[in-house]
Design a protein around this ligand. Sequence first.
Ligand SMILES: *Cc1c(COP(=O)(O)O)cnc(C)c1O
Length: 379
Amino acid sequence: MIRDTYVEINLDNLKYNMKNIKERVGENVEIAAVVKADGYGHGAVGIAKTIMESGAYALAVATLSEALELRHAYEEYKIFIMGYTSDEYLEFVVKHDIIQTIFSLKQAQILDRYGKLHGKKPVVHIKYDTGFNRLGYQDTAESIAEIVQISKLENIRVEGIFSHFALAGNEANHKQFEDFMQAVQKIESENGHFKFKHICDSISAIDYPQFNLDMIRPGAILYGMKSFRKNDIDLKPVMTFKTKIYHVKSIAEGEGVSYNYKWKAKRDSVIATIPVGYSDGYPRTMTDVGQVTIHGRKAPVIGVICMDQCMVDVTDIANVQVGDEVTLYGDGKNNTLSIEEVAKLGHTNKNEILTRITRRTPRVYIENGEVINVVNHLL
Ligand SMILES: *Cc1c(COP(=O)(O)O)cnc(C)c1O
C-alpha cells in the first residue's frame, strides 16, 4: 500500500445495500447504479463487479471519460452516461458500446450515422427536463415531436427516457412526475415504447416508491448514505477513512500549533501529527471542529488543517504512540464520526465528503473480513 492514510471499502456492506435496495424496489425495477465521481470516492472500478454481481442492470456515470475507464476494466457491463457528450466524442460512445443520454435530434443523427458506419445500433436514453433546468428537452410540443422523430431513426435504439427531480418538496415532486408521465404518454402514443422510463435518484426511490417506474438511478444509498425523509431502509456505510499517527510530542501551555498559531495550548499538551490533509480529501473546513477516533476515543483536530497533515490533541488519551490507528470517519459506531456528522461539521453534504477523497489516498477493498484488493493510483 505504501501509505498509512487510506480508505477502507467494505464490499460486504455494498452487497448488503444492493440486496436491500433490490428487495425494496422489487423485481420489475432495474437498477442503474450510479458510480460517477469514481464511485462516490469508493473507486468505480473497484466496486463495479460487486454492484453488477448484486444484480444492477448498468453502471451509470456522468462523463465519457468515466465510462471509458469502466469499459477498459470490464468488457461486458452495460455503461450509461447520464450527462452530455460533445459531438466530436460521440464516435467513442459507439465504438465502445456505451449507452448515451441525448436531448437533440442533431446528436441522435450523429449517433445514427456512426451506428451505420460501425455496423452497430447505439443505445440512447432521452433526457427530458421537467423543471430542474440542467439538461434535457424542455417540456414542449416541439420537443415531443422531435423525440418522435428520433425514435424513427434506423441505426440507433431509443431504449429509455428519463428525468431528474429537483426535490423541491412534495408538491413539486408530484408535478415533475406528472409532467414527465404526460410527455411520455404523448410520445408513446405517436411511436412505440420506451423499455425504461426513469426519474428516481436515491432519495426519491425510497420516499416515492410509486415513482420508481422501470428503473431507478441510485447513488448515495448504494454507499449507505441516508437522506430520505418519509421512509426508511436498512443500509450500511461502505467507506471508512483511516490513517496512523506518525509523530507524537509534548508541548507547553501557550505554545501554538499549525499556521498562524490559530490554536494555542491552554495547558501542557500532548499533540499527535497525522499524515492526512485537505489534499487527501479531508475537508479544510474541519479546522476547529474536526474530531478523530484513537483507541476508541474522540480526539479534537487542532489548528489549521494543512495540505498533507494535521494535528490532534491527545492529551486526554493514555499512551498514544507512533503507528497507532486513527479513524477519521466511518460508520459512526465505536465512537467514530459518521459521514453525516462530518458533513454537518464541514458545512457540506454527505456526497461531497465521499467524492472529495483524492487519488493520493489508496482504496483498500475488504470482503468477508479480508483485504482482497488494494488500489493505489500513484503506483
Ligand atoms: C448523480 C445522479 C444520480 C444519483 O444521485 P443520488 O442522489 O446519489 O442517488 C441520479 N441521476 C442523475 C441524473 C444523477 O446525476
